[in-house]
Design a protein around this ligand. Structure first.
Ligand SMILES: [Zn+2]
Length: 684
């Protein structure tokens, strides 16, 4: 592994932070923490921590010996000094004399000795850092080190690979007890330059930041070299079907299979992130992949991301996709059954009250194709994929030099169900549309953009489809929540298909369609140009049909229901003069909505429509408002609020109606009117 220390960079950081009043040792602590955090083979999504023993001054000017240690929630790659909260050393060191200390008391001890009470929680490995006397302590879950410690004979192997320079610590769950044992190992031989923690990772330390970092890179490189030199040829490959299906062919099926059924047709859905590379495919094509996946995670804290380990499914045959759907469902059921048994067996061992997490896999390995990370958000799904790549690397290394034998599931359980993690989960309530994907046509227009924003604020990922790709991207950015913009002419069935393919490629599927795009052409119906009427039907009817068809195709693959929402306008009910070219296809679209409700209700797919009127938008521009209000001899304000409530109706009001229809799980074939009240357009 390349050593990235650079004197000039280090000194620049020291100088930059000095101007902000940050001490030299803490600035260098930030510098090497970022070097470690930027390398996924060392540190991944919270899987590592660093510390520095220094001095800090409190609000009344008293100076204290403190441990600045990584705070939870901070990413080491971009850490700042405030991500390394200062904890008074005196109290931490005293704790070593205790016989026991519960996790809750350990957190309380750490928090009550913070210099700044607003700091994040110091790492769960804080005491281990404190008990080691050297000034700088670095800890990672290096994949090369894991390949060495995830072996049955790991103790002997650690000795062979590292000699006497590294202490060996048997596996103990992170926390007080591990900190004490690790400190005892150090005290038994203070000449060691680091500690290897069985089934877990590596600590190195030194008198200055550079020494601790150099030692980390040095010992990780020794592990890498050992694996490269002693690695045996790779395992036999499994036979693949002659014609492999594509990832997009199976993504909705898999996404549906891992959704958590809450009963009565209700689901907690997940996002799927597809990831592939030659290295990923080469590894998961092993004939033993299911067996290796079943052995578990390479280091225990991965369980928070991918539970007890990945799920392996068979390679998909493009000619047998129907059979494949059945196979995927049975693999997911088997995984969930094993998970439930794992929970029940281990939970029964003591009196601690725990809530079982959902039993669904978070990482699926598909030979021939790659892997899918699953999560309630795109971010979590991508983290699962990142973790999957490093799991593969550690297992490949372990198998090259021996036999991948990670922590047993019984030992993993207390970590996955660590009381503090459980408390965090209880406070982490998902939003109403978390895990759902909403595709919105006309997504950059006033109503589309307002709907995308509202849906994203309620947890959905929005796929904003618009004729103008730049505007679609802009609206996606404004909506937030990792939404995406897609440019498409929705009167082209091929472009509609491509937009849905994009949604499947990024998120794994679609749950909500907001079929919103439209445009109006004026003219008395008896005199209107036939081509214009047909053009209006293409956009205001057939484009809705083509979007709905694609949505239903994906929803049926998922098997978790879904909802189609159509913007049908007041014109569908109550024609306006010279507006036939617009109203006729909209009336057809209103009935299209009802037809979908009728034909697909049995599959849990709902279909609703919104009748909106007089909304300031691309369809009713400021210039049009000026001209129409002028023609009627009323002010623009009077024109826009010419309804029973006497108030202007906005795009946000329409977005609220769509949200209501998306959330109302027992509402289908509904038409919601959003026009401020218009008796002539009221539905019977
Ligand atoms: Zn650790």
């Amino acid at each position: 592994m390349k050593n990235l220390w650079n004197d000039a960079d280090a000194e620049k950081m020291v100088a930059d932070y000095a101007r902000k009043g940050v001490r030299r040792d803490l600035a260098l602590r930030v510098y090497t923490t970022r070097l470690l955090g930027g390398e996924p083979r060392l540190v991944l999504h919270g899987g590592g921590n660093t510390s520095c023993k220094t001095r800090a001054t409190d609000l009344v000017g008293d100076e204290w010996d403190v441990l600045c240690v990584k705070g939870s929630g901070w990413d080491m790659a971009v850490i700042e000094p405030q991500g390394l909260p200062a904890v008074k050393m005196g109290a931490l060191l005293k704790a070593r004399a205790l016989d026991t200390l519960s996790d809750e008391d350990m957190v309380a001890l750490q928090r009550s000795n913070l210099i700044d009470p607003a700091s994040p929680n110091p790492s769960v490995e804080t005491l281990l850092h404190a008990f080691l006397p050297l000034k700088f302590v670095d800890h990672t879950h290096s994949t090369a080190i894991l390949a060495i410690v995830d072996q049955e004979n790991s103790k002997a192997l650690v000795k062979t690979v590292f000699g006497d320079k590294m202490g060996y610590v048997p596996y103990i769950k992170p926390g007080f007890e591990l900190a004490k044992v690790a400190a005892d190992v150090f005290d038994a031989d203070p000449s060691v330059e680091g500690l290897i923690l069985d089934k877990h990772g590596i600590f190195t330390f030194g008198d200055d930041a550079r020494q601790a970092y150099d030692r980390m890179i040095h010992y990780v490189t020794i592990a890498e070299d050992y694996i490269a030199k002693n690695g045996k040829p790779q395992a036999t490959k499994a036979a693949l079907p002659a014609k492999l299906a594509k990832a997009s062919d199976i993504a909705p099926t898999l996404r549906g299979a891992v959704a958590v059924a809450r009963g009565e047709g209700r689901f907690d859905r997940m996002i799927s992130d597809f990831r592939t590379s030659d290295a990923i495919v080469d590894f998961i094509n092993s004939a033993r992949i299911a067996e290796l996946a079943g052995r578990g995670v390479s280091t225990p804290d991965l369980s928070i991301r991918i539970k007890t380990g990945p799920m392996a499914v068979p390679a998909p045959d493009a000619d047998k996709l129907g059979d494949y759907k059945v196979a995927v469902r049975s693999h997911v059921e088997a995984f969930a059954k094993d998970y439930r048994a794992y929970f029940e067996t281990n939970d029964a061992l003591d009196d601690v009250k725990r809530t079982m997490l959902d039993p669904m896999p978070r990482l699926t390995l598909v030979p021939g194709l790659g892997m899918f990370g699953h999560g309630r958000t795109l971010k979590d799904a991508k983290i699962a994929s990142d973790v999957g790549e490093m799991w593969i690397e550690a297992v490949r290394g372990a198998e090259a030099i021996g036999n991948f034998q990670p922590l047993s599931k019984a030992d993993l359980f207390p970590l996955e169900y660590w009381s503090l993690e459980q408390a965090k989960l209880a406070s982490n309530k998902p939003k109403p549309l978390t895990g759902q994907v909403a595709l919105i046509t006309g997504g950059a227009g006033a109503i589309g953009a307002a709907t995308a924003k509202l849906f994203a604020a309620n947890g959905a990922h929005a796929v904003i489809v618009d004729l103008d790709p730049a505007k679609a991207a802009e609206a996606a950015k404004a909506a937030g929540n990792n939404s995406i913009g897609v440019g498409a002419d929705i009167t082209s069935p091929a472009e509609v298909r491509a937009a849905f393919d994009k949604a499947v490629a990024v998120y794994g599927g679609v749950d909500i369609l907001v079929s919103n795009a439209g445009a109006a052409w004026e003219g008395r119906i008896g005199e209107i140009d036939d081509a214009l009427l047909r053009k209006s039907f293409e956009l205001n009817f057939f484009a809705h049909q083509s979007a709905a068809q694609n949505a239903v195709r994906i929803m049926l693959e998922q098997g978790t229901g879904g909802v189609l929402l159509f913007n049908t306008s007041k014109q569908a009910i109550n024609p306006g003069p010279k507006f036939g070219a617009y109203g006729l296809p909209k009336a057809a679209t209103l009935f299209l909505s009802r037809q979908y409700a009728l034909d697909y209700g049995a599959y849990g797919i709902r279909s609703n429509a919104v009748n909106a009127d007089r909304i300031r938008s691309g369809l009713l521009t400021d210039a049009m408002i000026a001209s129409r209000s002028g023609a009627r001899g009323v002010s623009e304000k009077e024109y826009m609020s010419g309804n029973l409530l006497g108030q202007e109706v906005t795009a946000d009001d329409v977005a609220q109606a769509f949200l209501h229809q998306a959330l109302a799980e027992r509402t289908t074939a509904d038409v919601t009117t959003v026009d401020g009240g218009n008796i002539a357009a009221a539905l019977r």
